[in-house]
Ligand binder design. Sequence first.
Ligand code: GTP
Ligand code: MG
Length: 212
Amino acid sequence: MIITKAEYLSSEVDWKACPGGNFPEYAFIGRSNVGKSSLINMLTGKHNLARTSGTPGKTRTINHYLVNDSWYLADLPGYGYAKVSASERKKWEEMIRLYLCGRPNLVQVFALVDARLEPQQIDLEFMNRLGAWKIPFLILFTKTDKVRPLKLKAHVNAFLQKMEASWEVLPDHLLTSAQDRSGKKEILDRIAAGNLEFHPGIKIPGSGNKSN
Ligand code: GTP
Ligand code: MG
C-alpha cells in the first residue's frame, strides 16, 4: 500500500468524542516510550505527524490521524509510566480501556513491545487484559535496530514463551524499527487486508486467550 496522504485530526480523552465516520481504525498501544508515535511517523512517511520524545509520557490523549482519506491510525498514551501520579495513571488506563472496548470501528490493535528488553511483566499483563477484553491484536517488537540479531531472537522467543503460559494460540508478531523502517511493508499489508475486510459496525471476533 502506498501512503499518499496522512493528516492529524484530533486529540481526545473521551473515545466518544473521537472522529466519526465509518473508517477502519488501527491503534498503537504499549508502554510509555516503546515507540508508538515514532512508528506512526515511520508508517506514514511523515516525520513530524505524531509527536515523539525521549522522555516517556509524551502522548497523553487519543490522537487520530486520517490516512489516504480512508482509514484511521490512533496513537494512544502509554501504560506503565511511573512518573505520573497514581490517579493520573488510573485515568489514562481507564481512557485506554474505554476506547479499546468501545470504539466500534477498531479493526486491529498493534501492541508494541520493546525488543531491547527481557520480557516485562507489565507487557505480559497488558496482553492478558487485551485477551480478556477480546481485543484482537498483533505484537510489534520495536527498536530492533538497537539489538544484535541473536539477542533480538532471544528476547522475542522469551516473550512468546512467557505468553504461552496463558495463551492457547499466540497472536502474530512482527519485528519493526522506526529507525531503519523494518516492518513497514508487513504492517501496511496487514492494514490493507483489514481495510478490505472492514464492514462498518462489525467487530472482528476475539482472541485465543485461555482466560476467556
Ligand atoms: P509515549 O508517547 O511517551 O508513550 O511514547 P511513545 O511510545 O510514543 O514513544 P516515542 O515514539 O515518542 O519514542 C520514544 C523514544 O524512542 C524517542 O526518543 C524515539 O526517537 C525512540 N525510538 C522510537 N522508535 C525507535 C526505533 O525504532 N529505533 C530507535 N533507535 N529509537 C526509537
Ligand atoms: Mg507517543
